[in-house]
Write a protein that binds this ligand. Structure first.
Ligand SMILES: NC(=O)c1ccc[n+]([C@@H]2O[C@H](COP(=O)([O-])OP(=O)(O)OC[C@H]3O[C@@H](n4cnc5c(N)ncnc54)[C@H](O)[C@@H]3O)[C@@H](O)[C@H]2O)c1
Length: 344
C-alpha cells in the first residue's frame, strides 16, 4: 500500500484554439480593472503586446523584461512597474521566464495572475517560484503564486522555435518521468504523468518535424499542463541534479533534456510500475526512447555542450550525493558521478 496526500491548488483552465481572445473576459472574471502584462523581450514582447491589445481598457501596460531564473533586480524592477502602473493583477504571457517574473511579483503583492503559457515548461500549473542572485538559485512554494486562471491557446505556440519546443517539452517530460517514482506521487499525479507521456511520445516528434502542426501543438500543450500538476507533487534525483547544474549557470530546459535519459537509465529498474507505464506510453525501453528523442532534437546533446567544466563534475556529484536520496533507489556520490560522466 502507498500512503499519499493529494494537495493540488485550485485553478481555472481555459483551453482552445483562439483562446487568447478570452483573456479579457477571464481577467474581468477575477475583477481586474488594471492588468499588467508580463512577457520576455523580443518575440515574447510581440505576444505580450497582442494580449495587451486584447485587454483594451483594462490593460495597465506591458512589462517585457522577464529573464530566465528571475534575477533579483528583474524581480524588483517588475514590482516597481506594478506599483507605478497601479496594477491590480498580472497577465503573464510566455514561457517559464515570464510566468516566473509574475510569480515573483505575486509573492510580495498577492496580486492574482492569469497565465497565457506559450512553451511546455509547465510553470503555470505549480505553486513553485524561483529567483536568482548571481549563481545562487532560490526556490520556494506558496499558493499565492499559483495563477488563478490559465488560458491555453495552441495557436500562440505555432511560432515557438523547434529548439525551445524540444527543450521545454523535455523539461515537462522530466516532471512526468520522475513523478512516476517519487515517494510523494498520488493516484492522480501518476495518472496525469502517464497521460502526459502518452501525448508527448506521440506528438512531440510531430511538433519538432513541423511546428505548424496545430493538433500536435495542442496535444503537447495539454501534456505540459498535466506535467506541471505532476511537478507540484515533488521531485527526486533528476530535478535535484538539474538544480545544482543550473546553479553553475547551465541553461535550464536544455540541462533537463540532456540528463533525463541517463537518470532514467539509472532509476528505471528500481521502479517497475513507472517502467511499465513509460514503456507503454513511449513504445519501447524508456531510457532508450528518451535518448533517441534527444538525439533527434535540435538542442545540445551533452553537458560539455552547455558549458559544464569537466572538473566541476565531482562538485555536482558531491552536492547531489549528500542529499541522501533513496527513491526509487539510493543515489550515492559514485553513482551520480557515473551518471554525470555519461551525460558529459
Ligand atoms: N516554477 C515552476 O514550476 C517552473 C517549472 C518549469 C520551469 N520553470 C522556470 O522556467 C524558466 C524556463 O522557462 P521556459 O523553458 O518556458 O523558457 P523561457 O520562458 O525562458 O522562453 C525561452 C525563449 O522562448 C521565447 N518564447 C516563448 N514562447 C514563445 C513563442 N510562443 N513563440 C516564440 N518565442 C517564444 C521566449 O521569449 C524566450 O526567449 C526557468 O527559469 C525555469 O526555472 C519554472
Amino acid at each position: 500500500m502507498q500512503n499519499f496526500i493529494h494537495d493540488a491548488p485550485q485553478q481555472r483552465v481555459v483551453f482552445a484554439s483562439g483562446a487568447v481572445s478570452r483573456v479579457v473576459d477571464e481577467a474581468k472574471r477575477l475583477g481586474l480593472m488594471r492588468a499588467l502584462v508580463i512577457a520576455t523581450p523580443g518575440s515574447g514582447a510581440r505576444l505580450g503586446q497582442q494580449v495587451l491589445d486584447q485587454l483594451g481598457s483594462i490593460g495597465a501596460g506591458l512589462h517585457a523584461e522577464a529573464v530566465i531564473h528571475v534575477p533579483k533586480d528583474v524581480a524588483e524592477g517588475g514590482r516597481k512597474v506594478t506599483r507605478d502602473t497601479n496594477a491590480d493583477g498580472l497577465v503573464a504571457v510566455g514561457g517559464g521566464s515570464a510566468i516566473g517574473l509574475a510569480k515573483a511579483i505575486a509573492l510580495s503583492t498577492g496580486l492574482p495572475i492569469v497565465a497565457v503559457p506559450t512553451t511546455y515548461s509547465g510553470s503555470e500549473a505549480t505553486p513553485i517560484y524561483g529567483t536568482s542572485e548571481g549563481d545562487r538559485k532560490i526556490t520556494g512554494r506558496d499558493n499565492k503564486v499559483v495563477p488563478r486562471t490559465i488560458v491555453y491557446d495552441p495557436d500562440l505556440t505555432l511560432g515557438l522555435p523547434a529548439a525551445t519546443s524540444a527543450a521545454s517539452a523535455m523539461n515537462a517530460i522530466a516532471h512526468c518521468v520522475e513523478g512516476l517514482w517519487i515517494a510523494e506521487r498520488t493516484p492522480v499525479t501518476v495518472a496525469y504523468a502517464t497521460e502526459a507521456m502518452r501525448r508527448f511520445g506521440d506528438y512531440l516528434p510531430r511538433v519538432i518535424a513541423n511546428g505548424k502542426d496545430t493538433e500536435a501543438r495542442a496535444q503537447c500543450l495539454v501534456g505540459a499542463w498535466l506535467a506541471g500538476i505532476v511537478l507540484t507533487a515533488g521531485t527526486a534525483l533528476h530535478h535535484k541534479l538539474a538544480h545544482v547544474l543550473g546553479g553553475l549557470g547551465l541553461p535550464h530546459a536544455e540541462t533537463h533534456a540532456i540528463i533525463l535519459p541517463h537518470v532514467t537509465r539509472f532509476n528505471i529498474a528500481a521502479a517497475p510500475d513507472a517502467r511499465a507505464r513509460l514503456t507503454d506510453a513511449l513504445g519501447g525501453d524508456p531510457a532508450d526512447v528518451l535518448e533517441k528523442m534527444l538525439r533527434s532534437f535540435p538542442i545540445p546533446q551533452r553537458l560539455r555542450d552547455v558549458g559544464l567544466p569537466e572538473d566541476r563534475i565531482d562538485f555536482v556529484a558531491q552536492e547531489a550525493g549528500k542529499l541522501g536520496l533513496t527513491v526509487p533507489r539510493p543515489a550515492p556520490v559514485d553513482d551520480v558521478r557515473t551518471i554525470l560522466k555519461a551525460a558529459y
